[in-house]
Design a protein around this ligand. Structure first.
Ligand code: NDP
Ligand code: NDP
Length: 317
């Protein structure tokens, strides 16, 4: 038995990240139809757009799916109301205090999962009563923790201290890394980057191709003073770096960032001036596939990796 499969009522403990500008209803429904858990990333959606995506997702799948709700979102009350009215079964909250919405959502029968990047936040989320955690290491794309704890270190540290199911995230892009995380004590995984490189992801094709092109060392976690974010090192990143070298203030960094850079990069495909949020694992990705095939491939890799590790390591201790 697997606690994530039971909690979400899905076939596999594979969850797709609710990535802004990349995770609309097409991706979420494709992942859910394949037996994983698809997530609509509501952080980049105006309230009416989220409604539209939930309705379309429900028409496209009869399987459970979720909505990711970043606490930073300006119109969060409207998103919560929509989620309740349209009976979304599962919500992943992130980037904020889990105390604020957990009980309210659960009172409406919604399963609540919170995303954390440290042991401290994991304990806080468990105390707030969430049903499960996404524990995300330094390797992850987009918004991230400040402490730089890697997934390899963070998962066992959190698992030792909490009593709720844990999904590992950050650096997970294959059945091999899924197996590694589960050996460390995770109950399942959340993958973002690999699903960006899917046919159904709403990311711009130029961004998808930039993800495929990126190699080890091509992403960096930056802007810790504002909201830490891992992105591809493009021209915009070079300008951030130059600002740091000049000793720029937080205000100057904020003004350089401006508004809407994530949309510009990931949705409109401006590879020079946009924010290209992706994880380190992008260095391992080399093809765009249908999301359902990704889910199946990851499960096959997982089973194969499990057999291989046993076959290869028959030594005496
Ligand atoms: P639809 O086929 O209904 O609509 C696609 C829409 O996307 C078109 O209206 C088009 O606007 C718009 N669009 C395409 N490229 C861009 C771009 N580079 N910048 C701004 N808008 C663009 O798609 P869906 O049902 O999948 O989506 C419904 C709504 O959700 C749309 O408004 C879409 O933009 C939005 N969406 C938002 C996401 C997010 O993360 N916020 C993710 C996916 C979709 P036009 O007619 O003016 O060309
Ligand atoms: P910016 O402040 O730079 O820009 C806001 C963007 O969000 C614009 O592109 C805007 O679209 C879109 N948007 C959607 N709904 C609203 C709304 N109700 N009010 C204002 N803008 C809205 O933010 P970012 O692009 O960096 O991030 C957007 C959101 O995504 C943030 O609110 C944040 O909560 C969330 N986020 C969450 C992450 C996570 O949880 N891991 C990661 C990154 C961001 P338009 O251009 O069409 O006006």
């Amino acid at each position: 038995m697997n606690s994530i499969v039971d909690l979400f009522n899905v076939k596999y403990p594979i969850v797709q990240g609710g990535m802004i500008w990349c995770s609309g209803w097409e991706l979420a429904s494709a992942v859910s139809n394949a037996g994983g858990l698809g997530i609509i990333g509501s952080g980049s959606m105006y309230p009416e757009v989220l409604k539209d995506h939930i309705v379309k997702c429900k028409n496209a799948t009869d399987k459970p799916f979720a909505v990711n709700l970043p606490m930073l979102y300006p119109d969060i009350d409207k998103h919560v109301q929509t989620i309740i009215e349209l009976e979304v079964p599962i919500v992943f909250t992130s980037a904020g205090n889990p105390k604020i919405w957990t009980k309210h959502l659960q009172q409406h029968g919604i399963v609540v999962v919170h995303v954390v990047s440290s042991v401290k936040f994991a304990l806080k989320a468990e105390a707030a009563g969430v049903d499960a955690l996404v524990v995300e290491g330094f390797e992850a794309g987009g918004h991230n923790g400040r402490d730089e704890t890697t997934t390899l270190c963070l998962i066992p540290m959190v698992v030792q201290q909490v009593n709720i199911p844990v999904l590992a995230a950050g650096g997970v892009g294959s059945g091999h890394s899924m197996l590694a995380c589960m050996v460390l004590g995770a109950d399942g995984v959340q993958m973002g980057s690999r699903f960006v490189a899917s046919e159904e992801s709403s990311a711009h094709i130029d961004f998808k191709n930039a993800v495929l092109k990126s190699q080890e060392g091509d992403t960096m976690l930056t802007l810790k003073e504002i909201t830490p974010v891992r992105l591809i090192k493009n021209e915009f990143y070079a300008r951030i770096e130059a600002k740091y070298n000049e000793g720029a203030s937080i205000e100057e960094l904020k003004s350089l960032l401006g508004r809407g850079r994530a949309k510009k990069g990931m949705f409109e495909g401006d590879l020079k001036e946009g924010e290209l949020e992706i994880g380190q694992v992008s260095g391992t990705l080399n093809e765009i596939k249908p999301a359902g095939e990704i889910v199946e491939a990851v499960m096959q890799e997982f089973h194969l990796a499990r057999e291989e590790i046993i076959a290869k390591n028959r030594f005496k201790i």
